[in-house]
Write a protein of this length. Structure first.
Length: 238
């Protein structure tokens, strides 16, 4: 009986220790990605592609990014260049596939989709310490024979997701969330399958989007150019 109680005590103590050290866990993860180096990079030009599983198509994409909040996305499709951009205030696009090359304003909701590239570069761990976000140690989970630290993240809207950190490298591995709409619930996962080093910082090179365990999209970031001169005018609606 004493041995059993001792095991319970040790298990509880271990979980208490981790819960108390969530600060250390998150700071180690941020240090592992070298956020300090990432924050010093003012501009990015990322050449890559987006694989859409349902269509079986690989679509070339170029991201042009300028801190703090300017993004231009150029998508090559069927011999046309589709442009989506955010100039820091307004989102706009050009889509020749609609039969027009006019620059059109996008609704405010489009801003978040365009700025999602910043989330990909940073990963959600950079939200640690930000007002309105809370983090809680959950435990460990083994995936394909690798151990991951799992963290519960609650955002400003009280939406809950689970962060997975590689136990060895402390690198961010994936984000999992349950998304409910009407009476339907889906499990959404962003899996950072591969990473590379740019300017001393660890950034993704392959991100897989899964819904209910099925791959629906793969983002490939093949080549990073950093701190190139990017004129503000390329982000502005002409």
């Amino acid at each position: 009986m004493k041995k059993f109680l001792l095991l319970i005590f040790l298990f509880a103590s271990a979980n208490f220790l981790y819960s108390q050290n969530i600060d250390d866990i998150m700071k180690n993860a941020i240090k592992a990605m070298n956020k300090e180096a990432l924050d010093k990079i003012e501009t990015f030009v990322i050449h890559g592609s987006q694989f859409i599983a349902e269509q079986g198509e690989q679509i070339p994409i170029v991201y042009k990014i300028k801190r703090p909040d300017k993004v231009r996305i150029e998508i090559e499709y069927m011999g046309n260049t589709i442009i989506q951009a955010f100039d820091g205030k307004k989102a706009w696009m050009v889509n020749p596939l609609t039969g027009s090359k006019d620059k059109k304003n996008l609704p405010d909701a489009a801003k978040d989709q365009i700025l999602q590239i910043f989330d990909f570069l940073n990963s959600p761990i950079v939200k640690y310490g930000e007002e309105g976000y809370s983090f809680e140690y959950l435990g460990k989970e083994t995936i394909d024979d690798k151990n991951y630290i799992t963290i519960k993240m609650t955002d400003k809207d009280n939406d809950i997701s689970t962060i997975y950190l590689d136990e060895i490298t402390n690198w961010f591995y994936k984000l999992r969330a349950e998304v409910k709409k009407d009476d339907e619930s889906n499990t959404i996962e962003y899996v950072f399958e591969e990473k590379t080093k740019v300017g001393g910082a660890i950034v993704p090179s392959v991100i897989e989007l899964k819904i209910n365990g099925n791959t629906v999209m793969v983002f490939n970031f093949d080549e990073y150019e950093i701190d190139s001169a990017l004129d503000d005018k390329i982000f502005e609606k002409p």
